[in-house]
Design a binder for this molecule. Structure first.
Ligand code: NAP
Length: 341
């Protein structure tokens, strides 16, 4: 297969190349594409060096699959070009996720949707959505979810390689000036204004994405709307608060889910333990629960802290964590590519 990876040098693109290799995806020719500043750079793939190409219509000629790991703007412009030239596009950006003619796919949940792609484009969800729907979907199949209240704990790498670099740099600067941090002068030492407006190191930022008139952020709306589309519940009452935390990789989600019928914690555990792509980490007495450090570089989404709402027999609380660069992005894209084989 001729596989084009657009954004091959970025946080997600780098992981896509790794996962294609790890899973022995049948690549005959890999074409890594990135911005003009990376053209000619050599990347390791399949034991050889491949040269990064620029984004031109001709790179998609003869391509079977084009995996897009670039910004929404670039995907909007170039994914249709790739599809027009015959490639099936798997897009990681938010450009097409809510398009009625583009399926939004998590293979463990709605794999059958990959065939329904009139535009030749398949979208993969936001990384936080994936970490939440992976455990929610099997619970929904059992009891039918009707209301969702979510808070997220999102890693810096969710904002790409620049976000990760910024967190490391700030963390090292802050470690050199503990007094400034303790005395409330952290802003003198670690400046925001890069990927994140405020310093992220040793901090928590309750705003991810851009803000709408009603006060919700783009990330919060993605989480709500994408969940509705993936689960096929257009009227699901979902609300979210998305928070950036000083974690390198691994998005955490605290969810309150209300269902149509009474729930049981034991049955929830049984269902989740048997769900592909989900790993139960739920023994709080022994300090077993999902954490981003444990989830980093792992394929499954981890779920724990499962308990019933104190006042509602139809509601469950749970905490899930997924590696935003793997299942939240690259792995999900490669799994979709595998469905196309
Ligand atoms: N990070 C996550 O956890 C995550 C999860 C789910 C979805 N996503 C989505 O995945 C996409 C990629 O995110 P990322 O985190 O990997 O971003 P990133 O680390 O900033 O990487 C961006 C990539 O785009 C390339 N690029 C920039 N301008 C270009 C141009 N004019 N032509 C061709 N390539 C260009 C960059 O190439 P250079 O290296 O040459 O600059 C780089 O390879 C975004 O839509 C993001 O929302 C990210």
């Amino acid at each position: 297969m001729r596989v084009v990876v657009v954004g091959a040098t970025g946080a997600v693109g780098t992981e896509v190349l790794r996962i294609l290799e790890e899973r022995n995806f049948p690549v005959d020719e890999l074409v890594p594409v990135a911005s003009p500043r990376s053209i000619g750079r050599k990347l390791e793939f399949g034991g050889a060096e491949v040269e990064v190409a620029g984004l031109r219509p001709e790179v998609f000629d003869g391509a079977d699959i084009a995996i897009f790991d670039v910004s929404e703007d670039l995907s909007s412009e170039w994914a249709p070009v790739a599809a027009e030239r015959g490639a099936v596009v798997i897009d990681k950006s938010s450009a097409f996720r809510m398009d009625d003619e583009v399926p939004l796919v998590v293979p463990e949940i709605n794999a059958d949707q990959v065939r329904n792609r009139p535009k030749g484009i398949i979208a993969t969800p936001n990384c936080t959505t994936t970490a939440m729907v992976m455990p929610l979907a099997p619970l929904h199949r059992e009891w039918t979810v009707n209301r969702l209240v979510v808070a997220t704990y999102q890693a810096a790498s969710g904002s790409g390689q620049p976000g990760t670099d910024e967190l490391w740099e700030q963390t090292q600067l802050a470690a050199k000036e503990p007094e400034a941090v303790r005395e409330g002068r952290a802003g003198d030492v670690i400046k925001g204004g890069g990927t994140f407006v405020h310093p992220l190191a040793l901090n928590v930022l309750p705003k991810c994405g851009s803000v709408r008139e009603d006060g919700y952020t783009s990330e919060e709306l993605k989480l709500c709307h994408e969940t509705r589309k993936i689960l096929g519940i257009p009227d699901l009452k979902a609300t979210a608060t998305c928070v950036r935390v000083p974690v390198v990789t691994g998005h955490g989600v605290s969810a309150h889910a209300e269902f149509d019928s009474d729930v049981s914690v034991d049955r929830a555990r049984e269902i989740l333990a048997a769900s592909p792509g989900v790993e139960l980490a739920d023994d709080v007495d022994n300090d077993v629960y999902p954490t981003p450090l444990d989830a980093a570089n792992q394929d499954p989404c981890f779920v724990g802290r499962i308990r019933k709402d104190l006042f509602d027999d139809r509601a469950l609380e749970f905490f899930s964590v997924g590696d935003n660069l793997r299942k939240g992005a690259a792995l999900n894209a490669v799994q979709i590519a595998e469905l196309l084989l």
